[in-house]
Write a protein that binds this ligand. Structure first.
Ligand code: TXA
Ligand code: MG
Length: 340
C-alpha cells in the first residue's frame, strides 16, 4: 500500500485545508486508517464503531488483540453514549472534564454496549479522551463519530511525535498521514480511573499527579503489578539499542570499544566519551524535555550504537512521566547493556 503524507498547517489556503479534511474523512468512512496529530503524540485512527476498521489498527501496529484502544470523542455529548458514569463519582469526573478536556487526560469508565469489543479488548471498561489538537478536532468533528486511536507506532516501540516518525513506523501500511508538525506534549496522555472519589493514575502523562491532587486523593497504580494491560507492561516503549538509566553521565565510563549514546539532562562534560549526544532540554525545562523525549530516543536508536545511557530527570511533575517512559525503555536491557 502506498502511504501519502499531506500537510495540515492550518494557515494554508482554505481550499487545501478542506481537501485534507475531506480526504481523511472519506478514508475513515470507508473503513481505512488515517494517522492524525494530537497534542500528545500522533495516533493511527479508525472509526471506532467499525470493528473491521479497528482490526486494521491491530494489524498495522502488529499489536496483540488483548490491548485495548483509547476512544476519542468528537464532543462531550458522546460521553454518555459510550460510557456509564457511576453516580458516586460523577461529581469528580465532571470537575476533571471541565478542567482538563479537551486535552491530555484519558478517563477509564464503564463501557456502553455500542462500543465493539475489539476496541476495549473485551474489557467492561473503556478509555475515553477528547483531543484539543485543532487538526484532530476538525477531522473528528467532520467525521462525526468516535475514533479509536492508539499511538501510531508498531507495538512496543516509541510513540511518534512527527509525521516522519509515523512514516518510519507505519509507512506502506496505512494510506494517509496528516502532518501538522511536531506534537506539543511529546508523551502520551495521562490515563486515570476514578473509583469511589479517588483518582487512580494508570499511566503518567502531561497532566501531572500534582495537578490531579487538587481534585481529590490520588493513587499511582504500580505498573509492574498490572500485567493485564500491556501499555503498562514494564518493557513497553523499547528502543532496539540497549538503554541504561543513570543518575548522571558525569561518572559514567563507557566500556572500551563501545559506541555509547547519551540522552542528556545535564550539560554533558566532557562530551567526547560519547559517540552521540541528545540533550532533552538545554534549559532543563521538563515540558520541553517531554516534547523532545521520543524524538531524541529514536534518533539515538538509529545510530547503531552499542548502548544508550539516559540520565534521570527530576521526579517531580512531568519528570515522573518521563522517568516512567525511560524506565520502561531500559527494561530488559540489562543483559545486553552490560556485556563486556
Ligand atoms: O496520548 C494518547 O493517549 C495517544 C493519542 C494518540 O491519543 N494514544 C495512546 O494510545 O497512547 P495507546 O493505545 O498507545 O495507549 C493506550 C493505553 C494502552 O496502554 C492501553 O492498554 C490503555 O491505554 N487502555 C486502553 N483502554 C483501557 C482500559 N479500558 N483500561 C485500562 N487501560 C486501558
Ligand atoms: Mg502506544
Amino acid at each position: 500500500m502506498k502511504t501519502e503524507t499531506v500537510t495540515a498547517i492550518w494557515d494554508r489556503r482554505e481550499r487545501s485545508r478542506i481537501a485534507v479534511i475531506e480526504r481523511a474523512v472519506d478514508l475513515l468512512r470507508n473503513g481505512e486508517l488515517v494517522a492524525l496529530p494530537t497534542e500528545t503524540v500522533y495516533g493511527v485512527a479508525a472509526g471506532a464503531l467499525n470493528s473491521v476498521a479497528v482490526a486494521k489498527i491491530f494489524e498495522a501496529k502488529e499489536r496483540p488483540g488483548f490491548d485495548p484502544l483509547i476512544l476519542h470523542l468528537p464532543d462531550e455529548n458522546w460521553l454518555e453514549r459510550v460510557a456509564k458514569i457511576d453516580g458516586r463519582s460523577s461529581g469528580l469526573i465532571e470537575k476533571l472534564m471541565t478542567q482538563f478536556w479537551p486535552g491530555a487526560l484519558t478517563l477509564v469508565l464503564d463501557r456502553q454496549p455500542i462500543i465493539p469489543g475489539i476496541v476495549t479488548a473485551g474489557l467492561d471498561t473503556v478509555a475515553v479522551r477528547m483531543s484539543s489538537h485543532p487538526v484532530f478536532v476538525e477531522i473528528i468533528s467532520a467525521f462525526g463519530e468516535p475514533l479509536a486511536a492508539p499511538s501510531a507506532n508498531r507495538f512496543g516501540r516509541i510513540s511518534p511525535t512527527t509525521a516522519q516518525h509515523v512514516f518510519d513506523e507505519l509507512g506502506e501500511r496505512i494510506p494517509l498521514i496528516v502532518d501538522a508538525g511536531p506534537t506539543s506534549h511529546g508523551i502520551e496522555s495521562t490515563i486515570i480511573a476514578v473509583r469511589e472519589n479517588r483518582i487512580e493514575i494508570l499511566r503518567r502523562g502531561p497532566i501531572t499527579s500534582e495537578q490531579l491532587a487538587e481534585f481529590g486523593e490520588v493513587d499511582i497504580v504500580r505498573a509492574r503489578k498490572k500485567v493485564s494491560v500491556p501499555g503498562q507492561l514494564p518493557s513497553h516503549y523499547a528502543p532496539k539499542t540497549p538503554l541504561r538509566l543513570v543518575d548522571s553521565a558525569e561518572s559514567f565510563v563507557p566500556p572500551p570499544n563501545y559506541r555509547v549514546g547519551l540522552l542528556a539532562w545535564n550539560a554533558p562534560n566532557p562530551e567526547e566519551r560519547f559517540a552521540a549526544v541528545r540533550t532533552l532540554s538545554e534549559r532543563q525545562d521538563l515540558r520541553e524535555a517531554a516534547a523532545n523525549l521520543f524524538r531524541c530516543l529514536r534518533e539515538l536508536d538509529q545510530l547503531d550504537l552499542d548502548l544508550i545511557v539516559a540520565e534521570r530527570v527530576p521526579a517531580q511533575g512531568l519528570g515522573a512521566a518521563i522517568l516512567d517512559r525511560l524506565d520502561r525503555a531500559s527494561h530488559d536491557s540489562d543483559i545486553r547493556g552490560t556485556r563486556g
